[in-house]
Design a protein around this ligand. Structure first.
Ligand code: HEM
Length: 208
């Protein structure tokens, strides 16, 4: 019943809510990334954590370069979503340093972002990862063999995680209300997730 109410409210404001479309439209891809990273493994070894962080660092470098180019072309849209505050490649590099591991030397080649709808789709993936990040942090903190390892990249905003996510959602909905294309956002988010899974495949767990 409650879900119907939400869906109807979405219809009244011009079609199914874009955030709902982003979540359902990328659910399969999210699962693939989760499986590939396998960060909730109870036996997650320090070396494997470093290998995963190195892949993620490379991905964030590439994704942020694309978003920087978009921000240069659309400074007003980038300011609306508070883009500079959302950069986090440096946190991955810092986490790798604290694990005595080298930073990523390269990242994947991602398609350039044609406009703000594409950028918001890509940002959806990067920003949403802070939600799962809370669970990942809690898990890492529970592993005795990783005691003393401090990983910051999964929850870059600390106590502001909810507020940063809420602000992202608001800007995305406003964009759609002003004529942005939810379909373009979903396509971009799906492509971003797929590129991440492909890039991280080399560190996927070996099936037993
Ligand atoms: C092993 C790794 C991961 C786990 C266990 C995980 C887990 C989760 C969980 C539990 C949520 C829901 C949180 C909530 O609703 O409060 C979530 C949301 C999300 N995660 Fe992940 N995640 C992982 C990795 C990632 C990565 C690497 C990305 C992208 C780079 C990502 C993108 C997202 C997105 C976009 C959402 C928001 C879904 C929505 O509500 O629209 N996740 N994740």
């Amino acid at each position: 019943m409650a879900a119907d109410g939400v869906a109807q409210a979405g219809h009244r404001s011009g079609g199914e809510d874009v955030l709902r479309r982003l979540r359902t439209g990328t659910a399969e891809e999210h699962e693939d990334v989760e499986r590939t990273l396998d960060l909730l493994d109870p036996d997650l070894a320090r070396d494997r954590l470093a290998a995963v962080l190195e892949r993620m660092h490379g991905f964030w470098l590439a994704a942020e370069a694309g978003l920087d180019a978009w921000a240069g072309a659309h400074p007003g849209d980038a300011a609306a979503v508070d883009w500079p505050r959302r950069r986090r490649a440096a946190l991955f590099a810092g986490d790798l340093r604290s694990l005595d591991a080298a930073p990523a030397a390269a990242g994947p080649s991602l398609p350039p972002l044609a406009g703000t709808d594409e950028a918001l789709g890509r940002l959806y993936v990067l920003e949403g990862s802070t939600l799962g990040g809370t669970f990942i942090d809690r898990h890492l903190a529970s592993l005795p063999h990783l005691a003393g390892v401090r990983v910051r990249a999964f929850s870059p905003y600390g106590g502001e995680t909810g507020a940063m996510w809420a602000a992202f959602r608001r800007v995305t909905r406003e964009r759609v209300a002003a004529g942005g294309s939810p379909g373009t956002m979903v396509d971009s988010a799906r492509a971003t997730f797929r590129a991440l899974a492909t890039w991280c495949r080399p560190v996927a767990p070996v099936p037993a």
